[in-house]
Design a protein around this ligand. Sequence first.
Ligand SMILES: Nc1ncnc2c1ncn2[C@@H]1O[C@H](COP(=O)(O)OP(=O)(O)OP(=O)(O)O)[C@@H](O)[C@H]1O
Ligand SMILES: [Mg+2]
Length: 220
Amino acid sequence: MISFTNVSKSYEDELILKDFTFNIDKGEVAYMTGPSGAGKTTLLKLIYCAERPDRGQIVVAGWDINKLKQRTIPFLRRNVGIVFQDFRLLLNKTVFDNIALALRVHYQHPNAIREDVNAVLKEVKLSHKAKTFPQQLSGGEQQRVVIARAMVSKPTVLLADEPTGNLDVDTSQTIMNLFREINARGTTVLIATHNHDLFHGTGRRVFFLRNKNIEKEIIG
Ligand SMILES: Nc1ncnc2c1ncn2[C@@H]1O[C@H](COP(=O)(O)OP(=O)(O)OP(=O)(O)O)[C@@H](O)[C@H]1O
Ligand SMILES: [Mg+2]
């Protein structure tokens, strides 16, 4: 579902990832961890085509990233949901509209959009907050809206960057349960985190990034 073959990536003169090779299978939940600056966010951005590799092959949901033209990137992004810290909610739009926006770019009928948005709001248990604005929500509620926005287009791949960053233990558990449910429906999930509790005991693969590559791979 996601494959990297000998991928290198640098910013200006600094090499971040060197000859990076890994595979995430369809339907897998996998984790990435490692020191700050190891390249976790960069790796997720390469999958999402927000950054381009210097060299090497990246294939995501059947799309060869190197062959993707600028105008076909939206088609890839239809299949890749993202829960990123720097991809926050629009503060001047309601919860409903923040989620609906993700669908409006796909030119769906307003009735279909309303149905889909209401369905994901129910799943993240925020139906009662549809008309409120992001700043009226708690951090955990905002994060659930971000996840709902990523889920609503039914992506084949879901990427999450430190999804429980500023959340308490209970709220983090709720968020992780949501990812589990999304995965149970067939979505492949890749999560970058410093929090080892998130993968401990999951039985899922965990990649430790260090020195521009995978230092080790363990089962969580
Ligand atoms: N747009 C950019 N331009 C230049 N350098 C960048 C850019 N984005 C990231 N970097 C550098 O690339 C390195 C890897 O950054 P990245 O954000 O991928 O690390 P990370 O593993 O996600 O770290 P953290 O755990 O702190 O989130 C860092 O040294 C960072 O300073
Ligand atoms: Mg990061």
